[in-house]
Design a protein around this ligand. Structure first.
Ligand code: AP5
Length: 221
């Protein structure tokens, strides 16, 4: 049975950074709801047109829209893929729809990793975030800079950009949305015996080691 993880946590907690590492080095496929939506917005697809105003304002996209898109992405990858669902689900209705959708496909979740970090640290991380416009790799000017200033380590691209929704007022709104709508999932998944708390405030290499220990534990269970 392939490992299927959900990465749950506030904006800027490092979900994307760790999901990218699992994809790059450990055979996982990262399914980031934010990346999927940003790609649709860039394409100006129907989903992109529906989602753009929500994403840019730091609001959650309607549950039915994101659930449809994410389950379609799971279907494209097939039953054998080891997956990280990064940023989905993030409301109770999304979690219920994901549970139903996986059951219909005879799939299960292995664990839900809860990235724990205080709001103050998040603001500092997000203000320094830069994303490669060509391949989507994530950096931080202070904490995780590229090896060569302004050049992407992964693809050599030179457009390391700030996300539109990383403006401080939008970040505050995204944090409020997280506390109101996503935090209840912690209890939901704890009650299902799937929750794995993670200290996300540690340096990225330490967080990665903690995730690899968890994977080893899941493998031997
Ligand atoms: P999305 O793209 O998912 O944004 P998010 O959840 O707000 O998460 P972020 O991407 O901001 O942060 P992250 O946890 O991935 O952190 P990162 O690794 O980049 O969603 C964007 C929008 O799309 C939402 O606001 C909403 O509108 C919509 N959306 C998405 N999913 C949805 C859903 N399910 N339902 C409805 N709407 C949805 O790290 C942050 C920074 O810190 C980086 O600079 C990184 O280099 C640095 N960093 C990472 N780890 C460390 C570390 N350990 N130490 C120091 N720095 C670190």
């Amino acid at each position: 049975m392939p490992t299927r993880l959900v990465f749950l946590g506030p904006p800027g907690s490092g979900k994307g950074t760790q999901a990218e590492r699992l994809q790059r080095d450990h055979g996982f496929i990262q399914l980031s709801s934010g990346n999927v939506l940003r790609a649709e917005i860039k394409l100006r697809s129907e989903v992109g047109e529906q989602a753009a105003a929500f994403v840019n304002a730091g609001e959650l996209v309607p549950d039915d829209v994101i659930t449809r898109v994410m389950l379609a992405a799971v279907d494209k990858l097939g039953a054998k893929a080891a997956l990280v669902l990064d940023g989905f689900p993030r409301t109770l209705p999304q979690a219920a729809a994901l549970g139903d959708g996986l059951r219909e496909r005879d799939m299960t979740l292995s664990a839900v990793v809860d990235f724990e970090i205080r709001d103050e640290k998040i603001v500092a991380r997000i203000s320094g975030r830069r994303v490669c416009a060509d391949c989507g790799s994530t950096y931080n000017l202070e904490f995780l800079p590229p090896k060569q200033d302004g050049v992407c380590d992964s693809c050599g691209g030179t457009r390391l950009e700030q996300r539109k929704d990383d403006h401080p007022t939008v970040v505050q709104h995204r944090l409020n949305e997280y506390h109101a709508q996503t935090e209840p999932l912690i209890k939901y998944y704890r009650e299902q015996g799937l929750l794995q708390p993670l200290d996300a405030s540690a340096p990225a290499d330490e967080v990665e080691q903690e995730i690899l220990s968890l994977l080893a534990k899941l493998d031997s269970a």
